[in-house]
Every structure is written in structure tokens, then in C-alpha cells.
Ligand binder design. Structure first.
Ligand SMILES: Cc1cc2nc3c(=O)[nH]c(=O)nc-3n(C[C@H](O)[C@H](O)[C@H](O)COP(=O)(O)O)c2cc1C
Length: 197
């Protein structure tokens, strides 16, 4: 099983990034392969000029195509998801998320915009034909405390519990997702099918 995780924060020290990292470790513990992309690691020119043919973008598109599911994490910026993330999602082909399960994650300065995932990010995932987009996780900044001197960040117990529950749901959704039928297998089945009335 392959999951592509996408970090939408332009910041190196990132609360949404902390949650993405926790998801990665949890999924790896279940034997899931996780490949992580951060929007800030793509050349800005590729994103701003929508360079569909840049090597980094092509590599990203290839991994998304192979993925069974995606975890998409973003900070809330101006009551929506991060614009940098949108520039990356805009480079995905129209049906890029069909047959895939998506777990959205957002962190915000307060709970004022806790629905940003629902009214802003989910319509974009839906436009990309995501098979199933889970409820997702929202955390406000007070629920994620950075560790001092390189220590691991601390999550509020309620957030930790929501995260684990969402990951369990995500993992079972990945396991039950319908696999796209290989056209050569379909052809073979049609040729060898026995019909009875
Ligand atoms: C430019 C900017 C705009 C923001 N706008 C909002 C906002 O509209 N609503 C909100 O709740 N938090 C807002 N915040 C706070 C961030 O969403 C919050 O600190 C988030 O956890 C940052 O995520 P990150 O550490 O992964 O970058 C904003 C922060 C910045 C830098």
C-alpha cells in the first residue's frame, strides 16, 4: 500500500507538518509505504508558472498516480487552505484522485475557521474525483506544543485520540477501496467468459 503525504505549509517549523509526520509514523507502523512531499520543496517557478513538465512535478504526479491514498495537511490561511498548496493541486490532472482515499488535516490559530477543510479544501479534492474523502482532522495551535531543544512536539490528548481514530478509519478505507480494473485483465475476462441463460 502506498500513501502520498502532502505538506501545504510554507514554514519549516510547522504544526500541520507535525501532524503529517505523526500520520507517517503511524501508517509506517502498519506496513504502509509513505512518500512525503512538501510544497515548499518544489521550485517556486514550477508552481507559479504551472510547469506541468518540470521533473519535480512529473515525479510528484507519478507518485500520486501510484498511490492508494493521500494525506493532505495545510495551515489555515485567510479562512482557507494555503495558497501554495493550491498551486500544487492545480497541477494534478482532472481525475488524479479517482480510486483514492484522502485524509485531510488542517491547523489554525483558533477554531474560527475549523470548517475551512469542508468549504475550501474538500471541493478541490472532489473536483479531482477523490473516491472517498474522510472527515479529517482540525487542530488549533494550542493543541500542538513544540518540544524544547529538539524534543518531540506534544499533542493535546483529545487531538491525539482524534488523530489515531482518523488514521484507523483511513487505514480501513485504504484496505477496502475498489481497485481500478486493469484493461488487459478485463479483456481477458471478456474473451474467456462462459455465458449461460
Ligand atoms: C498568513 C497567515 C494567515 C493565517 N490565517 C489564519 C486564519 O484565517 N484563520 C486561522 O484560524 N488561523 C490563521 N493563521 C494561523 C495558522 O493557520 C496557524 O498558526 C497554523 O497552525 C500554521 O500552520 P503551520 O505551522 O503548519 O504553518 C494564519 C497564519 C498565517 C501565517
Amino acid at each position: 500500500m502506498l500513501v502520498v503525504s502532502i505538506g501545504g505549509s510554507p514554514s519549516l517549523r510547522s504544526r500541520s507538518g507535525v501532524l503529517l509526520e505523526r500520520c507517517k509514523h503511524w501508517l509506517q507502523g502498519q506496513g504502509v509505504e509513505v512518500v512525503t512531499f512538501q510544497v515548499r520543496d518544489f521550485p517556486a517557478e514550477d508552481l507559479l508558472h504551472a510547469r506541468f513538465d518540470s521533473p519535480q512535478i512529473l515525479h510528484f504526479l507519478e507518485l500520486v498516480e501510484q498511490a492508494d491514498g493521500l494525506v493532505v495537511a495545510t495551515p489555515v490561511y485567510k479562512a482557507s487552505f494555503a495558497g501554495a498548496l493550491k498551486t500544487l493541486l492545480d497541477l494534478l490532472p482532472e481525475r488524479a484522485l479517482s480510486h483514492k482515499v484522502v485524509l485531510p488535516i488542517a491547523t489554525g490559530g483558533s477554531i474560527a475557521h475549523m470548517l475551512a477543510v469542508d468549504y475550501a479544501l474538500k471541493p478541490v479534492l472532489s473536483a479531482l474525483k477523490a473516491q472517498e474523502t474522510l472527515q479529517g482532522i482540525f487542530a488549533d495551535d494550542s493543541q500542538i506544543a513544540y518540544g524544547e531543544g529538539g524534543a518531540a512536539a506534544q499533542l493535546a490528548p483529545a487531538l491525539q485520540q482524534r488523530l489515531t481514530e482518523s488514521l484507523e478509519l483511513f487505514h480501513s478505507a485504504l484496505a477496502r477501496r475498489p481497485k481500478p480494473l486493469d484493461p488487459s485483465v478485463l479483456n481477458e475476462r471478456l474473451l474467456t467468459a462462459r455465458w449461460s441463460i
